[in-house]
Design a binder for this molecule. Structure first.
Ligand code: PLP
Length: 452
């Protein structure tokens, strides 16, 4: 990796935190912005580059969240900035459904090339992850002539009506927002750390889900199975080996469209272009967003040509879908991922973090608060349990919150997640320097010790 940073890559927190400018903005916000939009940190951003975020009061934070797995190449990657500037000087929008342009086609070609499988593929572009998921379901339904959709425990697929229905967690995502779309069914997930029978294999966990689908829905009624290959908001849950391949096989045997929601796990994040590649799974449809365009809003559905082409002309689209500026950013971001070998970088980050945190876990011992360390590449998580809770593995959301707060006060932005709110997820930009990552891990380690 050979990155020229624009901003100094150094953590700094001043004594009065949050500072006066951030407090002033928070007061304006309270009068202007809907209360339903929450922010993880109380400071307002002035600049961001590589692994660092500067706030409006002169503090600098190590970014271990990437704006939720978005700024994989950093928040102001030189190639992305250049491509965006070049594009906005020509046209910001024409609407691909009115007057098309090359960038959209080039992004589709790139996605068709990078996604798993050698079959003929097509791509359609949108703006958000939720929009991509909704459209993947539309495509699966029309192509199969069936209606039922299967999602999993702990799933997160977005905040629009259909994707809320697919999402598992009520608070805060669904609470009070129903009724939800019909024909959505929930199957049991493989969650190795919390299985009643810790010996259960991935294949057996898949058979448990298949039994539910066969008995409660009927395999021939199912249009699509949608799954995050590594669950994101649900707690960075990595299913046991064999779970995804068996589900994909069941889908194939029964004419069901297998959709991998790679919105969070895609684009080099896990050390492969897509997380399904760790198990050699070839999905029928892949949804992508987040890391795709260096922070510009863009999403996609990519998959088997016969599925996407089953939709009548005009059946897919949207005013902004595949915006030319976002497409230019995506091509540049993907180029940076390729030229800087960010997949290799993700694997390096995994090795560094797992070694460091593994040592700490061993030191804290069996009865310590680190219940589980998991994930792939730079999509890593720590699951915290009440010290000494033994086999009960009682989730400790309070300790998790304290750890994140400690980190923030020391200048490290860390995100939490999980059905039980007891998971810290590490999603650094893949362009973070070794020094900055090490400094961030020092702080995290001190934070964990302070509550352990
Ligand atoms: C974030 C996310 C979504 C929703 O994406 P938005 O761009 O927020 O609509 C869907 N699926 C997964 C797996 C996600 O992580």
């Amino acid at each position: 990796m050979d990155i020229q940073y624009r901003l100094e890559q150094k953590r700094k927190v001043l004594a009065d935190f949050p500072g006066p400018r951030s407090l002033e903005l928070a007061a304006r916000r309270a009068q202007a912005v809907a209360a339903g939009v929450a922010s993880s940190v109380p400071v307002y951003v002035a600049d961001a580059d590589g692994g660092i975020i500067h706030d409006v009061d002169g503090n600098s934070f190590i970014d271990l969240g990437s704006g939720i797995a978005v700024t994989t190449v950093g928040a102001s990657d030189a190639a992305v900035v250049g491509a965006v500037k070049e594009q906005v000087e020509h046209f910001t929008h024409t609407c691909f459904m009115v007057s098309p342009y090359e960038g959209y086609v080039a992004v589709a070609e790139k996605l068709n090339q990078l996604t798993p499988g050698e079959h003929a593929k097509r791509t359609v572009l949108f703006n958000s992850g939720a929009e991509a998921v909704e459209n993947a379901i539309k495509i699966a339904r029309i192509a199969t002539g069936r209606t039922a959709v299967v999602a999993f425990d702990h799933a997160y697929h977005g905040r629009t009506n259909l994707t809320m229905g697919l999402t598992a967690k009520a608070m805060p995502y669904k609470h009070g927002f129903g009724p939800f779309a019909g024909e959505v069914y929930r199957a049991p997930m493989s969650y190795p750390f919390r299985e009643e029978n810790p010996q259960i294999t991935g294949k057996e966990a898949a058979e448990r889900a298949i039994l539910m689908m066969s008995k409660q829905i009927g395999a021939d009624q199912i249009a699509a199975i949608i799954i995050e290959p590594i669950q994101g908001e649900g707690g960075f849950i990595v299913p046991a080996d064999g779970f995804l391949p068996r589900l994909a096989e069941f889908a194939k045997e029964n004419g069901i469209v297998f959709i991998a929601d790679e919105v969070q796990s895609g684009f080099a994040r896990t050390g492969e272009w897509f997380a399904v590649q760790h198990e050699g799974v070839v999905p029928d449809l892949v949804t992508t967003a987040k890391g795709i365009a260096g922070g510009m809003p863009l999403s996609a559905v990519t998959g088997r040509a016969e599925l996407l082409d089953a939709v009548h002309g005009g059946g897919l689209g949207g005013t902004y879908g595949g915006n030319p500026v976002a497409c230019a950013a995506a091509l540049a971001a993907i180029d940076t991922m390729e030229t800087q070998d960010l997949r290799g970088r993700a694997r390096e980050i995994e090795a560094t973090v797992k070694e460091r945190l593994g040592k700490l876990q061993a030191e804290l011992g069996e009865a310590g608060i680190i219940g589980d360390i998991r994930g792939r590449g730079a999509m890593l998580a720590l699951e915290f349990v009440k010290a000494g809770s033994g086999d009960a593995k009682v989730p400790d959301a309070a300790a998790t919150k304290k750890i994140a707060e400690y980190c923030l006060k020391e200048g490290v932005i860390i995100l939490t997640c999980g059905t039980y709110g007891n998971v810290i997820r590490l999603l650094p930009p893949l362009v973070i320097s070794d020094e900055l990552l090490a400094d961030g891990l020092d702080v995290l380690e001190a934070a964990i010790r302070s509550v352990a």
